[in-house]
Design a protein around this ligand. Structure first.
Ligand SMILES: [Zn+2]
Length: 256
């Protein structure tokens, strides 16, 4: 083993003490879910390595403190040091982000985000490496439930999505990022933007009942699919109202 970057102070020895915010405990193994846990000291390991070795991707970390002062993931702890792991602040700002890119398996979440007008790219056949590459190329925040993916070095930005049910997943994403909502402006099928279109233009492709009942139509700029107001009825209304409540609450009390 090469010598450590910093000589440990002679007064200190022993493992590194880790204090993880309870909000991140779900990522830890059961025996580490407590106020203070320890990891063996390893002179080569940076703080980033220590954190990820516990199962916590750095995307979920809002800050590190080493012996009470702010520290960067590149620093190396001395034996006996105390490391504090803090969660990301909500709402989280990701400068330069253009939208989201969802991992395989989050298709329902993708459609719900699109219903709210949030840019949510999704393919059900993308491999991990491809997702990471695409997210980086397009400056999209990769949303996933796969921790290994969040620990990939080439990741530009990412977030772990909590919850098994799409309702809970949506609430988590909205609570974390509080994105601006623009319901009925995006195609739920392909994520394209909708543009208003005159009823006469689309009348040929509609059922007579639809043509009679609705006056406002929109068409996807990417795939041509036609939408009309009221088409999703109560289901849509419920999603939009729940979303407004979550985002409103988060925007009113930033950085809990
Ligand atoms: Zn479309």
């Amino acid at each position: 083993m090469p010598p450590p970057a910093q000589d440990p102070s002679p007064a200190r020895s022993g493992p590194v003490v880790v204090r993880t915010d309870p909000g991140l405990w779900f990522l830890l193994s059961r025996e580490r879910r407590r106020d203070r846990a320890t990891v063996p000291w390893d002179g080569d390991a940076t703080l980033g390595h220590v954190v990820q070795s516990l199962g916590v991707p750095l995307t979920e970390v809002g800050g590190l403190r080493l012996d009470g002062r702010p520290a960067s993931p590149q620093e190396r702890p001395v034996p006996g040091a105390e490391l504090e792991i803090l969660p990301v602040q909500r709402p989280q700002e990701v400068p330069g982000a253009t939208g989201f890119l969802l991992d395989v398996g989050l298709g329902t979440l993708a459609r719900r985000l699109r219903v709210l007008g949030i840019d949510a790219a999704y393919r059900n056949d993308a491999a991990d490496a491809e997702l990471v590459r695409e997210g980086a190329a397009q400056h999209r925040i990769v949303l996933t439930q796969d921790r290994g993916l969040l620990m990939r070095r080439a990741l530009w930005a990412g977030a772990h999505v909590a919850g098994d049910r799409p309702d809970d997943q949506l609430a988590d994403v909205l609570d974390r990022f509080a994105p601006p909502l623009a319901p009925s402006t995006r195609c739920t099928a392909c994520n394209g933007e909708l543009a208003p279109v005159a009823a006469e233009e689309v009348a040929g492709g509609l059922q007579p009942g639809t043509r009679r009942s609705y006056a406002e139509f929109a068409r996807c700029r990417s795939c041509g699919r036609v939408y009309w107001h009221g088409a999703h009825g109560k289901g849509l209304q419920r999603i939009v109202e729940a979303a407004r409540a979550v985002v409103g609450r988060r925007s009113a009390q930033p950085g809990r």
